[in-house]
Every structure is written in C-alpha cells, then in structure tokens.
Design a protein around this ligand. Structure first.
Ligand code: FAD
Length: 393
C-alpha cells in the first residue's frame, strides 16, 4: 500500500529538485526552441554541418545548450559530476558511449576500448551498475545486414565477423569480471537477427549465475512478444539468467518506409495500441518470471511505469529487487525517474557521453522527438512549465 501513497509520477517538485531556477529556465527555453519543428529542422542541419566542419564556435554553442541537456560529458571523467548529482537523488546511471556511423576496423577497436574503459569505470561506482553497447559501434552495418539476411559470408567477411565476436566477447568478459551489467541496444530490424544471435551467445556464456548481459526488445515489432517467450525458454533450457530490456522502438518511420519500398511485410505493429498492448504483456511476463528474468522497463511513458510499479506492489518482493528496473534517457522524463527513485524503486538514466561531433546524430533524434508539427506543447516542455508555475518563475 505504501507505494501507492508515495508514488506520484506527476510530482514536478521532486522531478526537478536537482535544478536551480536558472537551470530550469534554461531547460524551458531549450524545449520551447525544440518545440518548433521548422526551426529544429534548420538548426539540426546546421549543427550536423558545423560539427563536420569542426567549427569551434558551433561546438561551443551545441555543448552549452542541447548537449548539456542530454549528455553527461565528453569523457568518463567529465561525467563524474552528473553521476554524483543523480546519485544524490538515488538515481542510477547507465554509461552510454555515443559512437555512431563510424565504419572502419580502427574505429571499431577504439569503440571497444571505450566500452572496456566504461566497464572499468562503472565497477568503481556503485551508482553505475550498467553500461550500454551498440553493436553498430563494433562492426559494419553492411556485415550485420548480410548475416541477418542468412546469406553466406565470404572469406573476408568471416574474418570481420570473428573480429566482431572477439570485441563483443571482450566487453562482456570484462563486464562479467567486474560485476557490471551490459545493455545491448536494439537497432534496425534488418540487422537485428545478427545482434540477437550475438546476445544469445553472450547471455549463455555470462549469465550463468547472475544477469550480466541484457538483450533489447522493441515492442513496436509484432514478433517481439513471441521472441521474449522464446528467449526465456532458451534461458531455461540452457540454465542461465535472462536479461530483458523492453523499449517500444526508435526507428518506426524508417522501418515502414523500407518495408514499403522493398515490398516485404511491415515488421511494425498496425497501430500504437497494439504496441502498447504487447509492451504491457512483455513487462508483465518478465515480472511474473522475475526470479529468472531481470527486466528493464526503458520508457518515457507514464502509464507503462505506473503499471509496472502497481504490479510490483502486488508481488511478494522488495520493490528494489535487482531484477526490477526502470530507465529513462538523461534530460528527459525526470518526473518518472526522480519520483520512482524517491519512492524506492531502481530507477536510472541512460547517460550518453562522447565528443560533441560523435553524439550529433543522437542529439538530432532527441530534438526531433521533442518537436511538434502540430504546434502542441510537448511532454517535456509542459512538465517544465508546470514546475516553473509552481515555483512562480
Ligand atoms: C533508457 C532507454 C533506452 C532505449 N534504448 C533503445 C534501444 O535500444 N533501441 C530502440 O530502438 N529504442 C530505444 N529507446 C527508444 C524507445 O524505443 C522509444 O523510441 C522511446 O522511448 C519512445 O517510446 P516510449 O515508450 O518512451 O513512449 P511512447 O511515447 O508511449 O511511445 C512512442 C513509441 O510508440 C511507438 N509507436 C508510435 N506510434 C505508433 C504506431 N502508429 N504504430 C505502432 N507503434 C507506434 C513507437 O515505438 C514510438 O517511438 C530507448 C529509450 C529509453 C528510455
């Protein structure tokens, strides 16, 4: 009963406790700017161009605005202050090194080394129990696409795949030895089979006594609920623990467009209700089997958090059991993270970090997500406005 009394996911006072009046006003200004779709489009293109040109002035502007809102810092050490601040509100951090779009073996090795450093760094901080990893940071997109299509690899591709396997294994091995978990992100459906196969291998290898490796399930795909069930059965048969991070999915438009252009069935659910239904069912399934499954409910959807918190309340288990986790992106949905943490749940933030030029694609996605073609006030902006009103700013 205590949970229901203490958990109010609309409490903006708790949500923005960590922000001074000045910081809150700056956040409001930024979200107001992003709420204009045309402006966001123009500024995003300018930002990408300026970052490519490596113009110092633009890097500084990006760093003091959108980067500061959504990223922890350019290096691990740079993230320390943010990690400590989050920790002072019982909020955990998930280190998320933001390397996207690099396609050389040299850059894949460099990214692997950064993941290894992140695992080491996490092991020294109790409030950083997890790092996240994108397989496209460790191998060519085209290679993952070919593996996923089921076509045989030629000799040099086989060598590339062996290198990828070594990189993934090196990170998971290090994480396992340091008792740090690894969330492996889900990406486009046409490379996901290769990712799933790798993650299954790693779970089998490193989840024997506790959950180290997590796969990610995009519930906007109509086949993912069945895949969660199958992954669970596989874990039971192999006698290992199953790590499941659930998301709705970030690439819907791209997925639909490709399916239409190439004439194959759309992998995405027919509508948002179907995605929500499978999302709820997936979370419920994981909670019902929490002894064998560690779940991360990775969402900005208030109802999804509320439903899981209510469900936990009905279970005979402590609400901060290590297998029951919530996570949001840094800079978004503080109402969920901070209120869940204040009520005693395991709640964390994905904390992206890396050089400004490397995280630009991530920042563009965040800006687009917070812009509106209809001119409606976005979820984040309206939360900040409520808190400003409460503080009479
Ligand atoms: C901590 C964290 C980690 C993440 N990691 C990943 C990851 O590894 N891979 C990844 O792909 N994404 C990832 N995401 C992003 C995530 O997939 C969503 O895009 C984002 O969180 C928005 O969904 P929501 O559940 O927060 O909220 P909501 O606003 O309730 O849902 C929006 C989502 O619903 C789905 N949707 C919207 N309209 C329709 C429709 N007409 N038909 C069917 N579905 C629809 C889409 O997935 C859309 O993004 C992550 C998000 C978080 C918070």
């Amino acid at each position: 009963m205590a949970n229901k009394l203490t958990l109010n996911l609309n409490d903006t006072q708790t949500a923005f406790k960590s922000k001074s009046d000045r910081e809150l006003k700056k956040t409001a200004w930024l979200f107001r700017l992003m709420s204009n779709a045309t402006l966001t489009k123009i500024l995003s293109s300018l930002g990408v161009w300026a970052a490519k040109m490596r113009l110092p002035i633009s890097t500084r502007i990006i760093k003091n605005t959108i980067y500061e809102q959504f990223c922890g810092g350019t290096t691990l050490l740079d993230c320390q202050k943010t990690i400590d601040k989050l920790n002072s509100y019982n909020v955990l951090s998930v280190l998320d090194y933001g390397a996207e779009g690099n396609e050389s073996e040299h850059s894949f090795d460099a990214t692997m080394n950064e993941f290894l450093r992140a695992a080491e760094f996490a092991s020294l901080h109790d409030s950083v129990p997890v790092i996240s990893m994108k397989i496209t940071g460790l191998a060519r997109f085209g290679l993952l696409e070919k593996i996923s299509s089921g076509n045989p690899l030629n000799e040099s591709e086989t060598k590339e795949y062996e290198s990828l396997l070594k990189r993934v294994d090196a990170v998971c091995h290090k994480a396992h030895s340091k008792n740090v978990a690894v969330f492996i992100d889900a990406e486009e459906s046409w490379i996901q089979q290769a990712i799933d196969d790798l993650v299954d291998k790693m779970m089998e290898r490193y989840n024997q006594t506790r959950v180290i490796v997590f796969n990610t399930f995009q519930m906007y795909r109509h086949d993912r609920l069945a895949f969660i069930h199958k992954s669970y059965e596989r874990a039971l048969a192999g006698n290992y623990f199953f790590g499941a991070k659930l998301v709705r999915g970030a690439y819907m438009d791209k997925e639909r467009k490709r399916a239409q252009e190439m004439g194959y069935p759309d992998p995405i659910q027919p509508d948002k209700n179907a995605t929500d239904r499978d999302y709820d069912a997936g979370i419920r399934f994981c909670l019902e089997h929490y002894e064998k499954i560690s779940v991360c409910n990775a969402t900005h959807n208030l109802e999804s958090c509320k439903k899981m918190a209510d469900f936990i309340e009905g279970m005979n288990v402590s609400k901060n059991h290590p297998h029951l986790n919530f996570c949001q992106l840094y800079g978004m949905s503080d109402n969920l993270t901070f209120n869940l943490a204040a009520a005693g749940y395991n709640a964390g933030k994905y904390l992206p970090y890396g050089p400004v030029k490397d995280v630009i694609p991530y920042l563009v996605r965040r800006a687009e997500e917070n812009s509106s073609i209809t001119g409606d006030i976005g979820r984040e902006y309206s939360l900040v406005l409520s808190e400003m009103k409460r503080r009479e700013l």
